[in-house]
Design a protein around this ligand. Structure first.
Ligand SMILES: Nc1ncnc2c1ncn2[C@@H]1O[C@H](COP(=O)(O)OP(=O)(O)OP(=O)(O)O)[C@@H](O)[C@H]1O
Ligand SMILES: [Zn+2]
Length: 889
């Protein structure tokens, strides 16, 4: 058997992978976590399903994907097969949507059928495959490290020996089951015997017979009662129908009698009515005569040619028209009166309004006159104030007439005189200082003279010059004193003049104030004059307006008077018309009353006619009634004859008897029936018991037979059980010898030149390694690498034994090793390579190894490279026909 091709969609880390596998050694390589083991799992999953690889369906679906498909094509015994599985993961849990196995002859569908077929083709179930052909990662030492007991179980199972034990156990179980069953059946047999003895067969038959005859008697009694009841029912119904007919005839007779009476009454009544009508006719005729006289008298009064109703109506119509015409005329006139009255009212109103407006104007004009005289007085006052101010101005101006200063020059004169006064005062001071200087010089000279010294040089005087200078100074002193006096005079004059100028200036100011007073009075005067003129004009206007309004008011009053007069005239006319109209109304009334009388006569005539007609119809009706009466009397006589009281009495008696009988028979029947039912159910119970007895007897026969069969089965099973036990011991012994030989063969191949001599495998699969010197060694005393190789050897041996052990063509499943080199150094890897080679030589068609060991890669026929994209975390597969050394890894 070999795998040809594997195709994956969304299987674990593979999004999409599809590659071929060939015979020979294929090494799958790639970095850790790239998905190598997953590829092997995929093959295995395709064959045996998820539980075989200890996974759930959810775990194998790529995270986030909705569907996974796995397709494995393989060749087995020269035929091609295609295994297809599809997993859907859209629901809560992933489920297998498709599982098919396409073979050369047929296609299987469904997980159960497909997996059964795979098991029978490979002659291995999933665990057998895992323990021999498929060495899972990390499980390389599983077999060797197991306890002898576990190992025994594993290998036994592999070699199908476990099955023999299972069979033996089953046989033993079956034997025990049979023993159990036999015991229970025997117990049952005893209880059946007891039950049969309990039921007394002969009594049961007696009771059944007695009941059956009693039931027969009751049934015939019931039958008799029922026929008696039937004839009673007939008698009853006959009697009832006789009585019914009798009753009907009685009713008819009563109805007819009543009708005859009614008819007689009606005829009498109508006769009375006919008589009354004849009297009415006579009365009406008399009345007509009286009224006809009245009509003729009235017609003459009203001056009518004819008393025909149409003629009277025509006269009424003509009078009404005339009256209508007058009514309309009155209405028109009333309107005219209203119009005139309205006009008068309006005109009066208008006259009043106009008059009041005129009065208003006049009042306002007189107010203005008062205002006018007030203004005139004010104007006078202003003028007087102006004249007063002018007189004052004149007085102040007279101060200037004598003075040297003109009006208006006061201020300038004051300035000029102040300057002159200043100058005069300065000159006076100068003169006074000059005088003082001269006077002191004189005093000095006089002193010197007195001392005899020259006043000029201070030398003692003996000449004249000194006297001469003193003389001159004395003259000078006199002149200066005179000059000072005139200066003083002049200053005083100037001071007086300044005072005069200031006084004039005061007058000027007064005058200026007065002028402004005059000006303001002048303005006010002008204003008042304007206002006066305005007032005058306005007063004149108002007066003329008043006059106009008064004229108009007078005109309106005249209009009102005229309208009132018109209204009075019209009212008079209305009075005349009313008079005329009431005359017409009286005339109409008289005519109408006449018409009424004429019409009354007419209706009286009609009444007479109707009364005559009614009399005739009453005659007819009574004739008919009399006929009916005769018929009814005839029918009454017949009925009287038909009624037979004796027969009726007989029928009543019969009815009573039958009813009594029926009541009694029902009770009796019910009793009998109850009795009958009781007997029947009792009989049923007895019959049931008889049936049960029969069933018990049948059962006793059957159980006796089963107990006998169980005895013989028990013997057979005991034999079978011991046979399976014998068989297993024999087979195991044979297998152990063969396995030991194969193991030594393989081990030799691997450890040919080493220190180990051989391996011993005893009946309990206890393994012992013998060294060259003959000393024994337990396998767990070996190194890790040795142990791995040793284990691989054991696997290879088991694989070979398995293949041999299966008769006919060996299926030789691919040998699959996942990371077998983990515990091996390079030297031991060569031995592994040798082991692999030898397996191939032995005829293993396909060997798939997951490894990154270079030596193994070098020994491969084909390489499968697995790579994982680190960004998407998705793996891809590449195959290569050539064997190339790995660059690095
Ligand atoms: N359902 C899944 N969907 C996506 N990725 C998954 C799923 N299940 C497992 N994986 C990933 O698949 C990867 C492959 O694991 P696998 O054991 O096949 O790698 P390996 O190549 O055998 O590695 P090693 O050399 O370490 O044995 C893991 O990295 C894991 O994260
Ligand atoms: Zn791995």
């Amino acid at each position: 058997m070999r795998f040809d091709r594997l195709s994956l969609q969304n299987f674990k880390c593979f999004e999409d992978a599809d590659f071929r596998l060939d015979t020979g050694v294929t090494v799958v390589h790639g970095v850790n976590g790239s998905g190598k083991s997953s590829l092997l799992e995929a093959c295995f999953f395709a064959l045996y399903g998820a539980t075989a690889i200890d996974r759930t369906l959810d775990e194998i679906v790529t995270i986030g994907a909705e569907e996974t498909t796995v397709d494995l094509w393989f060749t087995h015994e020269g035929e091609s097969y295609h295994l297809h599985r599809r997993i859907r993961a859209t629901g809560e849990r992933a489920v297998t949507a498709d599982c098919t196995l396409e073979g050369p002859n047929s296609t299987l569908d469904g997980v159960g059928d497909v997996e059964d077929r795979v098991r029978s083709m490979l002659r291995m179930d999933a665990s057998a495959f895992v323990n021999s052909a498929f060495v899972r990662q990390g499980e390389i030492n599983k077999l060797i490290e197991a306890s002898p007991g576990d190992r025994k179980r594993m290998i036994d199972r592999l070699l199908q020996l476990g099955r023999l034990e299972t069979y033996r156990e089953r046989a033993a179980e079956a034997r025990l089951g049979v023993e159990n069953l036999k015991e229970r059946r025997s117990g049952r047999l005893d209880s059946l015997e007891e039950q049969i003895a309990e039921k007394d067969e002969s009594t049961l038959y007696e009771r059944a017979n007695a009941l059956e005859s009693a039931i027969g008697d009751l049934e015939s009694e019931i039958e008799q009662l029922e026929s008696g009841r039937e004839s009673a029912r007939e008698t009853l119904s006959e009697a009832e129908s006789t009585l019914e007919t009798h009753e009907q005839r009685r009713e008819e007779l009563a109805t007819i009698t009543e009708r005859i009476e009614t008819l007689q009454e009606r005829i009498a009544e109508d006769e009375r009515r006919r008589q009354e009508l004849a009297e009415t006719i006579t009365d009406r005729r008399q009345e007509i005569e009286t009224r006809t006289d009245t009509i003729e008298t009235r017609a003459t009064e009203l001056d009518l040619d004819s008393t025909d109703p149409d003629a009277i109506e025509a006269a009424i119509e003509a009078a009404r028209e005339e009256k209508e015409r007058l009514t309309e005329a009155i209405m028109d006139l009333r309107e005219a009166v209203q119009g005139a009255e309205h006009e008068a009212e309006t005109a009066t109103e208008r006259a009043k309004t106009l008059q009041s407006r005129a009065t208003d104007r006049r009042e306002r004009a007189s107010e203005l006159e008062t205002k006018q005289s007030q203004l005139e007085a004010e104007i006078e006052a202003e003028r007087e104030a102006i004249e007063e101010a002018a007189a004052e101005i004149e007085t102040h101006l007279s101060a200037f007439t004598a003075a040297s200063i003109e009006y208006g020059e006061g201020a300038a004169a004051i300035e000029e005189r102040r300057e002159a006064l200043e100058a005069a005062r300065e000159t006076e001071t100068e003169r006074r200082e000059e005088l003082a200087t001269v006077q002191s010089r004189i005093e000095e000279a006089e002193a010197l003279l007195e001392a005899g010294k020259c006043p000029e040089c201070g030398q003692p005087v003996d000449g004249a010059p000194e006297v001469e200078s003193l003389e001159a100074d004395r003259e000078e002193q006199e002149r200066l004193e005179a000059a000072l006096e005139s200066e003083r005079e002049r200053r005083r004059e100037l001071e007086d003049e300044l005072d005069a100028a200031e006084a004039l200036r005061e007058h000027e100011r007064e005058i200026e104030g007065l002028i402004s007073t005059v000006e303001s009075h002048g303005e006010r005067l002008a204003e008042k004059r304007d206002s006066l003129a305005e007032t005058r004009t306005r007063r004149d206007e108002l007066q003329s307006e008043a006059t106009d309004l008064e004229d108009e008011a007078a005109k309106a009053e005249k209009t009102a008077e005229k309208a009132q007069k018109r209204a009075a005239e019209t009212r008079e006319k209305i009075g005349e018309h009313n008079q005329e109209r009431s005359e017409y109304a009286d005339h109409i009334e008289a005519l109408e009353s006449l018409l009424e009388t004429v019409e009354a006569v007419e209706s009286l005539r009609e009444e007479i006619e109707r009364a005559q007609e009614t009399r005739e119809s009453i005659d007819d009706r009574n004739d008919e009634r009399r006929e009916t009466l005769t018929e009814l009397r005839e029918r009454k006589r017949t009925l009287d004859e038909q009624i037979d009281d004796e027969r009726v009495e007989q029928a009543r008696q019969n009815r009573e008897d039958a009813t009594d009988y029926l009541e009694q028979v029902e009770t009796e029947l019910a009793e009998k029936r109850e009795q009958h039912d009781e007997h029947r159910s009792e009989l049923g119970a007895v019959q049931n018991e008889l049936e049960e007895l029969q069933a018990l007897e049948d059962q006793r026969a059957a159980v006796t037979e089963t107990v006998e069969a169980l005895d013989s089965l028990h013997a057979e099973l005991s034999e079978l059980e011991s046979m399976y036990a014998r068989l297993r011991t024999d087979l195991r012994q044979r297998n152990v010898s063969r396995l030991e030989a194969l193991l030594n063969e393989t081990f030799d191949l691997v450890y040919r030149n080493d220190s180990y001599a051989r391996i011993e495998l005893d009946g309990d699969y206890e393994l012992t390694v013998y060294q060259k010197d003959g000393s024994p060694l337990s396998p767990d005393q070996l190194s890790g690498g040795e142990r791995a190789l040793f284990n691989l050897s054991l696997r290879a041996a088991i694989y070979r034994l398995l293949v041999e052990g299966i008769d006919g063509a060996a299926p030789m499943p691919p040998l699959i090793l996942d990371e077998p080199t983990v515990f091996l150094d390079s030297g031991h890897v060569s031995q592994l390579v040798a082991l692999v080679e030898s397996m191939r030589d032995l005829g293993v068609e396909q060997i798939i190894v997951v490894s990154h060991d270079e030596e193994l890669i070098g020994a491969a026929d084909d390489l499968v490279r697995v790579e994982k994209d680190p960004t998407t975390n998705r793996s891809t597969v590449e195959t290569d026909g050539f064997v190339l050394p790995e660059a690095d890894d």
